[in-house]
Write a protein that binds this ligand. Structure first.
Ligand SMILES: Nc1ncnc2c1ncn2[C@@H]1O[C@H](COP(=O)(O)OP(=O)(O)OP(=O)(O)O)[C@@H](O)[C@H]1O
Ligand SMILES: [Mg+2]
Length: 250
């Protein structure tokens, strides 16, 4: 299978130690591990938000770790989507304008072949419909629920058609119902082919992924494949994950 992401012996200060991983095109992978084990640090150093002290990262044929800061910023804008627990939406913009922001930014950088604003709005509407938040376009970010806001963040992360989404505890600030909505949204994007790498504390959310990696003290301790058991119910998968996590001394 084609690897979309390859990480080779990545180190960051004393926090991440020699982590090597590969992510296949179209996979949905969770990173779990105790608080302080380095999950966020690993995600930031893989995704070009931070520069590792050692090691290499490739997104397809492109070595992210060899890019200049400027080229990394471009890569983050055009090829990567980010979703965070603290959603980082602009308070002075409505939901639609927040979703459009990365697309407007990308347009500014293009000299030719700018996308018409109308087309961008249509694309935002398509994403919002897909994530079941149509009709919220004109709302302020304080006028929607947490689950709706996080789904708007996912639309924003998708607006420039990224090759991969990195998510750091996307359901970390949400209650059970809203977490479920957000997870369903991510799963539906993944079914359509978007590769997703997400950090989560929630074994329910992780059990929806095809694979879970366990990080402890900055090192990968183990991996659980769930893709092999697509026929299992969510409940069976969750039990499998919980048993595995108990073995990992989670
Ligand atoms: N910018 C930084 N400078 C120095 N140390 C940092 C920095 N960011 C994180 N750390 C340290 O690195 C370790 C790993 O932090 P990280 O945020 O990656 O953990 P995490 O697994 O994401 O934890 P959590 O589950 O609580 O989010 C911690 O000991 C933390 O204090
Ligand atoms: Mg973290």
């Amino acid at each position: 299978m084609d690897k979309i992401l390859r990480v080779e012996k990545l180190c960051k200060d004393e926090i991440i130690k020699d982590v090597s991983v590969g992510v296949n095109q179209g996979e949905m992978v969770a990173i779990m591990g105790p608080s302080g084990s380095g999950k966020s640090t690993l995600l930031y150093n893989i995704s070009g938000m931070d520069q590792p002290t050692k090691g290499k990262v490739w997104l397809k044929e492109q070595e992210i770790t060899a890019l200049s800061e400027n080229d990394k910023a471009k890569l983050r804008l055009h090829q990567i989507g980010f979703v965070f627990q603290q959603m980082n939406m602009m308070e002075n913009l409505n939901i639609l304008d927040n979703i459009l922001l990365p697309a407007i930014q990308a347009n500014k950088e293009k000299k030719k072949e700018r996308t018409e604003k109308r087309e961008l709005i249509d694309e935002a509407a398509r994403l919002m419909e897909k994530l079941s938040i149509s009709g919220l376009e004109k709302r302020k970010i304080t006028e929607v629920s947490g689950g709706q806001l996080q789904r708007a963040c996912i639309c924003r992360s998708m607006i420039n058609h990224p090759e991969i989404i990195f998510a750091d505890e996307p359901t970390g600030a949400l209650n059970k119902g809203a977490s479920e909505e957000v997870m369903n949204a991510l799963m539906s994007l993944n079914r359509e082919g978007t590769t997703i790498l997400m950090v989560t504390h929630d074994s329910r959310m992780a059990s929806r992924c095809g694979r879970i990696m366990y990080l402890l003290d900055g090192q990968l301790q183990g991996e659980l494949m769930l893709e092999d058991c697509p026929k299992d119910s969510f409940k069976q998968r969750e039990e499998k994950v919980n048993q595995w996590l108990a073995k990992m001394e989670w």
